[in-house]
Design a protein around this ligand. Sequence first.
Ligand SMILES: NC(=O)c1ccc[n+]([C@@H]2O[C@H](COP(=O)([O-])OP(=O)(O)OC[C@H]3O[C@@H](n4cnc5c(N)ncnc54)[C@H](O)[C@@H]3O)[C@@H](O)[C@H]2O)c1
Length: 253
Amino acid sequence: MSSDLLKNKKILVMGVANKRSIAWGCAQAMAANGAEVIYTYQNERMKKSIKRLVDDEEHLIECDVASDESLQTAFTTIGERFGKIDGLVHAIAFAKKEELAGDIMNTSRAGYSLAQDISAYSLLAVAKYAQPLLNNPASIVTLTYFGSERAIPNYNVMGVAKAALEANVRYLARDMAKYGVRVNAISAGAVKTLAVTGVKGHGELLRMSEERTVDGKSVTTKEIGNTAAFLVSDLASGVVGDTIYVDKGVHLI
Ligand SMILES: NC(=O)c1ccc[n+]([C@@H]2O[C@H](COP(=O)([O-])OP(=O)(O)OC[C@H]3O[C@@H](n4cnc5c(N)ncnc54)[C@H](O)[C@@H]3O)[C@@H](O)[C@H]2O)c1
């Protein structure tokens, strides 16, 4: 489905690793609804991968959210190339594979910090560097998962990071309102992406999740992307600091 809903809007999408990425579903939905899409990628390896999808150097900018220097450079470049932007999608998370297995009390101090840094703190850092470039109104959308609320097997440290991310959304929404920026999260159902394969027993997690959807079929990155497109649009002007489930009912069942 396509429309002019996002015509004349420039939307930054952070976190495309490949065609399975939720960020790619978001980018396609933004473009289908008329937006100009700008992308950030994590590193050179990711650049090779994203270039298979987006063959347009100008719209591809490196940004490692673990580094303030990289964030600063990326947002300076975005400002120089594109001026003001109307929204961004933060679809970034990371934890070491060994932290996504077994008992949570074995989480290392360093592993805990890393998961929090990349998966939760980075939303605050991105908001800070993006703020001078954001139009009034503008919208920020991030991606979370139900493991923030329930103890999902092996999701462990990432569930804790997602709980922090959702709290960040509420505090950021309060503080960015004065700039006309709305901040929300999408709690997406489980989909098979690179990130999910880091969770031990992810096959079982994906199967259990699929069985619990209302129609027995997993949510798609397209469906998640369509909700992101709604959230960055002016149609969502009343949606602030919320977490919207796009999981085909899994959280209910
Ligand atoms: N796949 C799912 O089932 C699911 C469900 C709910 C929420 N989510 C969330 O959706 C978001 C996107 O994940 P995905 O499942 O599409 O996986 P993905 O592996 O396709 O995307 C994760 C992205 O994070 C990026 N990233 C990691 N560390 C980074 C860093 N230091 N700097 C910049 N980028 C970095 C990676 O490069 C990658 O592009 C994540 O926040 C994830 O937790 C995923």
